[in-house]
Design a protein. Structure first.
Length: 100
């Protein structure tokens, strides 16, 4: 079906509805009120930045970063326990290094 045929079918299937003028005016008033109530993009970005610039938020962020770092360091330790022995083995000229 073409668009014009669908349009004709829809027009013939329904009766024209007349709405009072106050309905249309009320709809536009609600739309305008919603647009005024919605914050702008700049204001939306400023709100989290204000929160982050508070001294307590900075202290909490630093404490959280330290706690996460300590936790990850405990879970995934770097290096081996006998790092000194490994170092001496790596510089020993008499040590044979075999391909693994």
């Amino acid at each position: 079906m073409k668009d014009s045929e669908i349009d004709d079918l829809l027009r013939s299937a329904s009766e024209p509805i007349s709405l009072p003028d106050s309905f249309r005016r009320g709809v536009w008033q609600r739309i305008e009120a919603a647009e005024l109530a919605r914050p702008s993009a700049a204001e939306w970005l400023r709100t989290p930045l204000r929160w982050l610039l508070q001294p307590w938020a900075g202290a909490v962020s630093v404490a959280a970063a330290v706690a996460i770092g300590l936790g990850l360091g405990a879970i995934f330790p770097s290096g081996s326990r006998d790092a000194e022995a490994n170092y001496f083995r790596s510089i020993n000229p008499f040590e044979t290094h075999e391909a693994r």
